[in-house]
Design a protein around this ligand. Structure first.
Ligand code: SAH
Length: 463
């Protein structure tokens, strides 16, 4: 972080603006919104600017800048078109340890001014650290369109009740959960539609109700195959309001990073012994956290109900009456297929698709292979890398042609995605030669051929 963001209380503070034109005027207007006393120095000063300064009880000096002008100023902004003056102001202010901003010259600044969305008391500041003010402004307008102007009223309303909630609810977690539901539900709705009395009534009622010991909740959330952009809105919202996140190896670090900063993160992928935390232990952790009244998010790669043991994890919760919900995610087959340019079904080549586990017993007869060799279907194997040779051999032995196209997708949808294409006969040897890393997905069927036309990712094709 190049600049540390702060919100500065400038009410009644003396600030100096050097410059007398349109740019100085913009900066002075901002300072006046923050209640500062504004002093202006410049040989020429436009009338609006002088008016703002006088209205704020500041002084207007129609002359060149002097070092003495800096005396007792909390903050200094140089907005002249004279480079030498700007440099001098910056040097003098820095020597006095006074915060200084020189418009359009980040090198001379000790602070920079962000793009601002003003829904006072709610204030949002966006900065690109001086790298691209245009980008910062674009982001500002996007945020502006998402946050109705009435949000200022909502923030004010919350401000009125803050102390009361603090008195009534003992822990920070309780208070946060209370505010989250208040700000998403009918209370916010009433404030935003201009009915503050109704809002106060609902508010008091829900605060009273909150005293009952509420149980926590477990959300089984599908995190998708890797690319954080493939997360659902719901997954993101729950992730950002969770007290505890349990996640495993398949969930990208970038997704875990999206959780609230102070949420507890528990890795249940591989313990020190390099073994995954046993399923029963994970189930018990979910129960224990929820019984403490916490909001628990159990993040699972892909979709929780596709080879994700999601059913097992919620079974006990259901028996114990602990509230839970399941949020679907994009499963690896969908993610890998889309990013590798392989449609899983196609009117001409495959009318059905099967998701099959490639985690086989030694002899491999736990699968009904004769069902998997029919034409016009795509078969996707999860967890099949170590059995690739066996899978291909069994498909051939049960009647699928040796020339049937097969793709193996490594770490699909991530920057480490690799796709190797071959056929049932040639692919195992090729994959053995290359250093392929888990997780990988195996796609078998004529649709694999379509990657030639449809793929925009790097694809390696075996000869
Ligand atoms: N619930 C998950 C699957 C869990 S089983 C889902 O719906 O996707 C784990 C297997 O998923 C891995 O062995 C691998 O076959 C597959 N997998 C998960 N993420 C993957 C990815 N990004 N690329 C390729 N395969 C992936």
């Amino acid at each position: 972080m190049k600049h540390f963001p702060l919100f500065f209380d400038l009410h009644g503070q003396h600030c100096l603006v050097i410059g007398g034109g349109a740019v100085a005027l913009r900066k002075a207007s901002l300072l006046s919104k923050a209640g500062a006393v504004i002093h202006i120095v410049s040989p020429e000063i436009n009338d609006d600017l002088a008016f703002i300064a006088e209205k704020s009880q500041g002084q207007v000096f129609r002359r060149a800048y002097e070092k003495a002008d800096l005396a007792d100023k909390t903050l200094v902004i140089a907005a002249t078109n004279d480079r030498q003056v700007n440099e001098q102001v910056s040097k003098d202010a820095k020597a006095n340890n006074q915060p200084v901003n020189v418009v359009d010259n980040p090198d001379l600044c000790s602070f920079i001014l962000p793009s601002i969305i003003d829904r006072s008391p709610l204030t949002i500041a966006v900065s690109s650290g001086g790298a691209s003010p245009v980008l910062a402004r674009m982001i500002r307008s996007r945020i502006e369109s998402m946050i109705p102007s009435a949000y200022g009223r909502l923030a004010e309303f919350v401000g009125l009740f803050r102390d009361k909630v603090k008195q009534e609810l003992a822990t920070e977690g309780e208070r946060r959960r209370f505010w989250e539901s208040a700000l998403e539900g009918p209370i916010a709705e009433k404030v935003l539609t201009g009915k503050p009395e109704d809002a106060s009534r609902v508010f008091e009622a829900s605060l009273a109700k909150r005293h009952d010991n509420q149980p926590g909740e477990v959300c089984l959330v599908g995190a998708g195959p890797g690319d954080p952009d493939l997360l659902t809105f719901k997954a993101l919202r729950l992730l950002q309001s969770a007290d505890v996140i349990l996640y495993d190896r398949l969930v990208s670090p970038a997704i875990v990073d999206l959780a609230r900063r102070d949420a507890e993160r528990v890795y249940v992928g591989k313990a020190k012994s390099d073994h995954a935390v046993p399923q029963q232990e994970i189930n018990q952790l979910l129960i224990d956290y929820a019984r403490k009244g916490l909001r628990v998010v159990r993040l699972k790669g892909g979709d929780p109900f596709i080879f994700g043991r999601g059913g097992e994890e919620i079974e006990e919760l259901a028996e114990l009456g602990i509230p839970f919900q399941v949020v679907p995610g994009i499963t690896a087959a969908s993610g890998c297929a889309s990013y590798a340019g392989i449609p899983l079904t196609h009117r001409d080549y495959a009318q059905s698709v099967r998701f099959v586990t490639g985690h086989l017993k030694d002899d491999g007869d736990d699968l009904n292979w004769s069902e998997l060799v029919g034409l016009q279907q795509t078969v996707v194997f999860y967890m099949g890398l170590s059995n690739l040779e066996k899978i291909c051999a069994q498909l051939i032995a049960h009647g699928r042609a040796e020339s049937t196209p097969v793709a193996i997708v490594q770490k699909g949808t991530t920057p480490e995605q690799r796709v190797i294409i071959g056929d049932l006969k040639s692919l195992p040897a090729e994959v053995a030669k290359q250093k392929i890393k888990a997780p990988t997905l195996i796609i078998v069927g004529e649709v694999v051929e379509l990657h030639k036309k449809l793929s925009w990712f790097n694809t390696e094709v075996t000869p």
